[in-house]
Ligand binder design. Structure first.
Ligand SMILES: [Zn+2]
Ligand SMILES: [Zn+2]
Length: 155
């Protein structure tokens, strides 16, 4: 530090220089990078010049416009294969899933003849088979001491 001892006058000069050094403190129009959205012509403000030049290069639209276009481009409707009624889906995933499974609309699903188990009943033989299949399997809780609370033991 070659600076001489700081007197009161020196500090005043220092602060003056600092205020001159920082022109970005006052937000002038030069420091604001902005362009207008090509769709809604709303002003889009960018923090840096490079951001602005890049977005103008790719003709970027504002956040709101991009959101709207995204929402409209995704078709979340499909037609019921039975009654041709429009089925709305909340997400793209649900729609593609139901398309794969070829699901019908709600009102069609409720109808008895379209139910997967309509007219079908498990025969007695089938039920016996089911119960037989469980024979020989050890239940998960066999041989385990039941959990008793310490408080209950003391009582
Ligand atoms: Zn816009
Ligand atoms: Zn239907």
């Amino acid at each position: 530090m070659n600076k001489p001892t700081l007197g009161q006058n020196d500090t005043i000069i220092d602060t003056k220089i600092e205020s001159i050094k920082r022109p970005c403190n006052d937000i002038g129009k030069e420091k604001k990078w902005s362009r207008n959205c090509p769709k809604c012509s709303k002003e889009i403000i960018y923090k840096t010049k490079s951001q602005k030049t890049y977005s103008s290069k790719i003709n970027q639209i504002c956040k709101r416009c991009s959101y709207n276009s995204r929402m409209t481009s995704v078709v979340l409707d499909r037609y019921c294969p039975l009654c041709n009624k429009i089925i709305h889906y909340r997400s793209k995933f649900k729609r593609s899933h139901s398309e794969k499974k070829n699901t019908k609309c709600k009102s069609c699903c409720i109808k008895g003849e379209n139910h997967s188990m309509y007219g079908k009943h498990f025969s007695k033989d089938h039920r016996k088979k089911l119960s037989d299949s469980h024979i020989g399997q050890t239940p998960w809780n066999r041989g385990k001491t039941p959990f008793v609370r310490d408080e209950a033991k003391n009582k």
